[in-house]
Design a protein around this ligand. Structure first.
Ligand SMILES: Nc1ncnc2c1ncn2[C@@H]1O[C@H](COP(=O)(O)OP(=O)(O)OP(=O)(O)O)[C@@H](O)[C@H]1O
Ligand SMILES: [Mg+2]
Length: 234
């Protein structure tokens, strides 16, 4: 579904991605793990059109979308859940979900409002509340729901566990597992390697803009280099 080859991203001389290649097959959950500043968000932002690559290709079902506008990328069914949640704080929960629908660009929805409420019942309970008044975990559920309203074929998730309590992380990842089971394709970016390797089929380890390792998540979770670097605390 997604095939990235030799992707390069630079910001005024800083090379954030130095020739990254990565692929995601339909129905897979693929994790991209790595430390602060490794280039994880840069990769997602290059796919979604928020940053323009300095080189390389990004093919979606065989069509090169590198350098396309975010508008075009969402139209193709690639929806991003941004790092740091970024709800529309002054709007209600329902209004945030309705904004998500604008990414359909006339395509048929893949998730109805009722589907989103089934995935995250708390959003139904809080539908008329200001999004800014929600807890961090509820806001994370809202931004995932907002992306679902945009009809994703490929969902890009940027650190969905960031700053959340363990019990809430469990709820969010249980919902992601159900979405995966129902066939959604997911590219998951996480600093929390243990969590990401548990939740994914395959994973890539990125450091300083270079993919250092890749493989089945279960294998990487047992890889001594990975455990030493990322799983020491678990
Ligand atoms: N808009 C920008 N302007 C300049 N430099 C940037 C910009 N965005 C990212 N960078 C730099 O590019 C590198 C990669 O950043 P990126 O945000 O992609 O990393 P990350 O893996 O997502 O990190 P984190 O885990 O902290 O979110 C870092 O050195 C960062 O400082
Ligand atoms: Mg990031």
């Amino acid at each position: 579904m997604l095939e990235i080859a030799d992707l390069r991203v630079s910001y005024a001389g800083i090379q954030a991605l130095r020739g990254v290649s990565l692929n995601v097959e339909a129905g897979e959950t693929v994790a991209l793990i790595g430390p602060n500043g490794a280039g994880k968000s840069s990769l997602l932002n290059a796919v979604s059109g928020l940053v323009r690559p300095a080189g390389g290709s990004i093919a979606l079902n065989g069509t090169d979308i590198a350098g396309s506008s975010p508008w075009r990328v969402t139209e193709a069914g690639v929806l991003q859940v941004p790092e740091g949640r970024q709800v529309f704080a002054e709007m209600t929960v329902l209004e945030n979900l309705q904004v998500g629908q604008t990414a359909l660009h006339g395509r048929d929805p893949t998730y109805s409002l009722a589907d989103v409420y089934r995935v995250f019942p708390i959003l139904d309970e809080r539908r008329d509340q200001r999004a800014g008044s929600l807890s961090g975990g509820q806001q994370q559920m809202l931004v995932i729901g907002r992306a679902l309203m945009g009809g994703p074929r490929l969902l890009l998730l940027d650190e969905p566990s960031l700053g959340l309590a363990p019990v809430i992380i469990e709820q969010v990842f249980a919902a992601l597992a159900r979405l995966k089971e129902a066939g959604l394709t997911i590219l998951l970016v996480e600093q929390n390697a243990h969590l990401a390797l548990t939740a994914s089929d395959r994973a890539y380890v990125i450091e300083q803009g270079v993919i250092e390792k890749s493989g089945a998540s279960a294998d990487l979770a047992r890889d001594p280099d990975v455990t030493a670097l990322y799983l020491g605390q678990t």
